[in-house]
Write a protein that binds this ligand. Structure first.
Ligand code: CTP
Length: 467
């Protein structure tokens, strides 16, 4: 700090200081120090007031909550390509009424700018541990203290390692070490970095230390040709995880969700049937994800080799007609998701006894009749139509165009279209690539596991129901 000697002051000021010091029983130097301290305190209070969150200043943060209700999220944006999704995350959190402040790490600044994050958050973005405008009040301690939850997204392998090791050599790690708030990490990294022993060791340490995690998801990486586990969870999933962590109620609590899953079996006779290659993995994953989000879930499942998802009421059926009856019995529901691969036709007169072959016997002619369309039946109901009716479209060509046509003809609200040609491995496989079709248009989702499709869909449903 620059030194200031009383001798350099003009005579009139010196005289005033001497008088004031004598009156207060202090030396002139002590009097100067006292005046400076008082001035700094006054200026500091004003600066602090300007730096305080809008809620503390009586200004309502943008979003739906009143200042008194607004919960404060401190978002730490680490250095990874997924940082671009963190800008959307800020928006999603604000939509939910959170007051959001951001810290951008040095590496994070390579991917997004403080200006972009600050413009979306509507708040100044913090980048430095030693920030002259902020640090006089031990800024990192304040940031740590003034947050209800700290979210690290993307949480890079490096940030996880530093956190597991208790480092505090930059603003992000210092805040993470100083905070007593809940911390949610959304890891994002190359799949080999994620599966590396060191990262897994750090993960185990952090889980043991009480940190919460969302993701990483499985699917394609930003780097061409790379895929596996390591994609950052989608902003909607992270926002839902924040709400759950803060006990603001799970995103689908109080909602009744109906899901169909698996193939149907259409009997030819008591031992033979017509079926398809559906495994039920996608429908079952959706039922599980909806239950995990707090919904009351009824799963109407055709014959599959999967366990019943925990926390879900599962009704087992065989044929399309059984499935329709079970679905109608399960109404009313807030949301219905038709993921089953229902057989379109059944045999007109299924034999009561096993059809026998033999010399002189003709090869049986199977007459097929059309099965009821369960999705269309429910979507066109006059009464008890669920608020949100969601179908799938299994296509082998012109995926988006066929799905758009199905959206209209079946009268549903959304369609998740996928290409089930054998080369995609989707039917029966663990991965799925969805084109999400609504009246607004077609949104391609990234290739990802069926569980990740399920959580993305659940996040979308929660969002739609909220609006
Ligand atoms: N669906 C249904 N009942 C049927 C047939 C299909 O509920 N009898 C539902 C499926 O669960 C899915 C959607 O309708 O949500 C589309 O199914 P899909 O097999 O893609 O199309 P189809 O309607 O069978 O038409 P097509 O076979 O001509 O493609």
């Amino acid at each position: 700090m620059a030194s200031l000697t009383v001798r350099q002051l003009d005579e009139r000021l010196k005289k005033l200081l001497r008088l004031r010091a004598a009156r207060n029983g202090r030396s002139v130097e002590d009097e100067v120090r006292t005046i400076l301290r008082e001035a700094a305190d006054q200026a500091g209070t004003e600066v602090l007031e300007n730096l305080a969150p809008p809620s503390a200043r009586g200004i309502a943060p943008r979003g739906r909550s009143t200042p008194a209700e607004a919960m404060r999220v401190l978002l730490i944006i680490g250095g990874g390509i997924a940082a671009y999704k963190s800008l959307d995350l800020i928006r999603r959190l604000k939509e939910r009424g959170f007051y959001v402040r951001c810290i951008l790490t040095k590496a994070g600044e390579n991917f997004v700018t403080p200006l972009a994050a600050g413009a979306i958050a509507g708040e100044r973005v913090f980048t430095d541990l030693f920030d002259p405008a902020h640090e006089f009040d031990v800024g990192h301690i304040r940031l740590a203290r003034e947050s209800d939850v700290v979210v690290v997204a993307p949480a890079t392998a490096d940030l996880m390692a530093k956190l597991a090791g208790g480092h505090a050599n930059d603003l992000a790690t210092a805040v993470l070490l100083a905070t007593t708030a809940k911390v949610l990490l959304a890891p994002a990294m190359n799949p080999r970095m994620w599966s590396n022993k060191a990262t897994q060791r750090n993960l185990a340490q952090l889980v043991g230390d009480g940190f919460a995690f969302v993701g990483p998801n499985e699917g394609e990486m930003a780097e061409a040709g790379e895929s596996g586990k390591g994609r950052m969870a989608e902003p909607l999933e992270i926002a839902a995880a924040v709400e759950t962590l803060l006990g603001r109620g799970q995103s689908l609590s109080g909602k009744r969700v109906l899901v169909t899953s698996g193939p149907t079996h259409e009997p030819i006779d008591p031992v033979r049937y017509i079926a398809n290659r559906s495994s039920g993995k996608q429908g079952h994953a959706i039922a599980a994800a909806a239950a995990a989000a707090g919904a009351q879930v009824i799963l109407v499942s055709g014959p599959v080799n999967l366990p019943d998802p925990p926390g879900v009421t599962t009704v087992h059926v065989e044929s399309a007609r059984n499935m329709l009856a079970a679905v109608e019995r399960a109404l009313p529901a807030d949301v219905a998701i038709f993921a089953a691969a229902v057989a379109d036709w059944r045999v007109a007169n299924a034999g009561e006894h096993k059809i026998k072959k033999g010399k002189g016997r003709a090869t049986p002619d199977l007459t097929l009749v059309e099965n009821p369309d369960i999705l269309s039946t429910i979507a066109h109901r006059k009464s008890q139509r669920p608020a949100l009716v969601i179908g799938f479209a299994a296509e082998t060509e012109n995926v988006a165009a066929n799905a758009k046509a199905k959206l209209a003809s079946k009268g549903c609200d959304w369609i998740l279209a996928n290409d089930v040609s054998p080369r995609t491995g989707i039917m029966g496989g663990d991965m799925n690539t969805i084109e999400f079709v609504t009246a607004k248009g077609v949104e391609p989702w990234p290739p990802q596991s069926k569980e990740d499709v399920a959580s993305m869909l659940v996040a979308r449903i929660a969002d739609a129901l909220r609006q």
